[in-house]
Design a protein around this ligand. Structure first.
Ligand SMILES: NC(=O)c1ccc[n+]([C@@H]2O[C@H](COP(=O)([O-])OP(=O)(O)OC[C@H]3O[C@@H](n4cnc5c(N)ncnc54)[C@H](OP(=O)(O)O)[C@@H]3O)[C@@H](O)[C@H]2O)c1
Length: 181
């Protein structure tokens, strides 16, 4: 099973303001319809795995247009979801390696791992294969970090680099696991 990250971060490495707001991702120079490759990426995955912090934000978004793929929410707390809209959503918990094995055993081939804490934990456990990382030209100064508490250095191989005309830049990295413990 392959595990990928597709995420946007400020130049100083934050993925949201401290109040979870994402307004800084909007850019008046972005051409209509530009999705930075998101739909193409989504078509390559067969399940979402995200932290409770991310789910609690996106479940409230009116325009959350993700397809109804199996969606696993990492949380130690009950989810209490209304019936219907979230029928494809399931709670999951455990150490990253256990969660990975559980999803692999269910036959998933490519999962999208989302949320700063969850991405960092999965990177530390050598479970991320690829990262598509869109850098937003802003210094937020403070916020929710993309990478926190990594246990050791992780080398990356740059697979592609795209400069969008609105100033966003996107790097695709392969995570090198050769030297990881
Ligand atoms: N800029 C972007 O592209 C982007 C993308 C994604 C998210 N975001 C933003 O990032 C913020 C959320 O990120 P975050 O780093 O704060 O949180 P997160 O990684 O989404 O979620 C962290 C939570 O996941 C649960 N969790 C983590 N590991 C677990 C495990 N092994 N077993 C069970 N539960 C586990 C815990 O919830 P419990 O306390 O419930 O146990 C933990 O508090 C939101 O504001 C979101 O909008 C931005």
């Amino acid at each position: 099973m392959k595990a990928s990250v597709f995420i946007a971060a400020s130049v100083d490495g934050f993925i949201a303001r401290l109040d979870n707001s994402l307004d800084w991702l909007e850019n008046p120079r972005t051409r209509p319809g530009q999705d930075y490759g998101y739909q193409q990426f989504i078509q390559s995955i067969d399940a979402f795995l995200m932290g409770r912090g991310t789910f609690d934000v996106i479940r409230k978004l009116k325009d959350w247009s993700a397809p109804k793929l199996p969606t696993f929410i990492l949380t130690h707390r009950p989810l209490r979801l209304p019936a219907g809209k979230f029928s494809h959503v399931e709670r999951i918990q455990g150490a990253p390696a256990e969660v990975y094995r559980e999803l692999e055993s269910r036959g998933f081939q490519h999962i999208y791992v989302d949320g700063g804490q969850v991405i960092s934990a999965f990177l530390s456990a050598s479970l991320i294969d690829e990262m598509i990382f869109t850098r937003i030209p802003i210094l937020l100064g403070r916020g929710i970090p993309l990478f926190s508490g990594l246990d050791y250095e992780i080398k990356l191989e740059l697979l592609s680099a795209i400069d969008f005309s609105d100033g966003f830049t996107q790097n695709k990295f392969r995570v090198l696991k050769e030297n990881q413990p």
